[in-house]
Design a protein around this ligand. Structure first.
Ligand SMILES: *Cc1c(COP(=O)(O)O)cnc(C)c1O
Length: 394
């Protein structure tokens, strides 16, 4: 039998801390490795596989589109792109869409849009305020936007124009603002940063301050969007609307696609000022349309909310039982379990051993981001495995 992991070590750049599992097949909430072992998937491709694995609605759309038209370039109109843009606009508070291929790429595009607006309407302002512990992607500019030293230090000097301030602190935003500030970019919940939920009122105050100063509010909903937090977009629960919003991860159900959405007022790109070869191609947009349409028509967002609440209740029961669990946090199906010591890596390994895929988000915290179609029965199964693992003691 081929030792794929050995081959990866020989040929691939040494960038990922992978678990020793080679996945070959998936169906619904389950995946199988090359030895035939079955796993319940609570990683969900890092909050991407919102319909689980190989969902018939997504597979059918990809099959049909790949038999019809895969790629054309944006020199021409194509129908899947327009249909997906319409569906996004009709189901959000934003007016216009641009498609790219990934999260980092749409955030880059949002930065360009903000700078363009700054040049045209804000006296050339170009600086963007972002938060400490944020995550906005891996391109050089997004590393500068991402307020985490471990991502920045290997690459200094970084592109200028980014200021990282404390999250959940409006005064820190105000103190960092200058007449060069054009935008504030925040995640509604910090995903990679550890599933950090800001206080009620933070976003409302930030929104009011942006309005007062004429500064653009950009929400990075790459992880929180598309039903992950129990509403289609997390901003719906914040009582505010963003001026610009970025999406990726769940949008294509596993097919790479990202979207920048903007209110009409902020949609200031002129022809030729931004672009993409692959962005918005028929195949990825057909996948995005099928995913989003299925979510909207089948109560998937409601399921995310309901089963998410059930998962919180189940995890609270574990917290009551194990004294080294100090917190259950998150909303919808973006949740974390906080330990009082650095055992997340061991817990993840032990869970995988027992057939449950789970993610370490901090040395002392694990993260849950299963497919949004998950059932309560599958939650019971996952929590039972976790309970068994934790009972061994750490
Ligand atoms: C994953 C993520 C990104 C980066 O997306 P990529 O597709 O990996 O480039 C950006 N922002 C947030 C909030 C994310 O969770």
């Amino acid at each position: 039998m081929t030792d794929w992991q050995e081959l990866e070590k020989r040929y691939f750049m040494n960038t990922f801390k992978r678990q020793p599992v080679t996945l070959v097949r998936g169906e619904g909430t389950r995946v199988w490795d090359d030895k035939g072992k079955e796993y319940l998937d609570f990683v969900g491709g890092w909050a991407v596989n919102c319909l689980g694995h190989c969902h018939p609605a997504l597979v059918g759309a990809i099959q049909e589109q790949s038999n019809t038209l895969i790629h054309t370039s944006n020199q021409f109109y194509t129908i899947p792109q327009i249909r997906l843009a319409q569906l996004l606009v009709e189901n959000s508070s934003l007016d216009r869409v641009f498609f790219s291929n990934s999260g980092a790429e749409v955030n880059e595009g949002a930065m360009k849009l903000a700078r363009r607006y700054g040049k045209l309407r804000l006296d050339g302002a170009y600086e963007v305020i972002t938060a400490m512990n944020s995550f906005h992607g891996r391109t050089l500019a997004m590393v500068a936007a991402t307020g985490q030293g471990k991502f920045q230090e290997p690459y200094v000097p970084l592109p200028e124009g980014f200021v990282n301030v404390e999250y959940n602190d409006v005064e820190a935003i105000k103190a960092a603002a200058t007449d060069r500030t054009c935008a504030l970019m925040l995640e509604p919940i910090q995903g990679e940063g550890g599933v950090n939920i800001p206080d009620r009122g933070y976003f409302k105050e930030a929104r009011d301050w942006c309005d007062e100063k004429g500064i653009i509010l950009i929400l990075d909903e790459i992880q929180t969007g598309i039903g992950r937090t129990g509403t289609l977009f997390a901003y719906e629960q914040l009582g505010i609307e963003p001026d610009i919003m970025t999406l990726a991860k769940g949008l294509g159900g596993g097919v790479p696609i990202g979207a920048i959405l903007a209110k009409e007022k902020f949609s200031v790109f002129a022809p030729g000022e931004h672009g993409s070869t692959f962005g918005g191609n028929p195949l990825s947009c057909a996948a995005g349309y099928a995913t989003l349409k299925y979510i909207l028509d089948n109560g998937v967002v409601e399921n995310s909310r309901r089963v998410g609440e059930y998962l919180v209740t189940s995890l609270e029961r574990l917290k009551a039982k194990f004294d080294f669990i100090v917190q259950v946090r998150g909303i919808g199906l973006l949740l974390a379990l906080q330990f009082d010591r650095d055992i997340a890596n061991d817990v993840v390994k032990a869970c995988i051993e027992e057939g449950l895929l789970i993610n370490q988000v901090k040395p002392n915290a694990i993260r849950f981001m299963p497919p949004l179609i998950i059932t309560k029965k599958e939650v019971d199964e996952a929590v039972n495995i976790l309970e068994r693992v934790l009972a061994k003691g750490f």
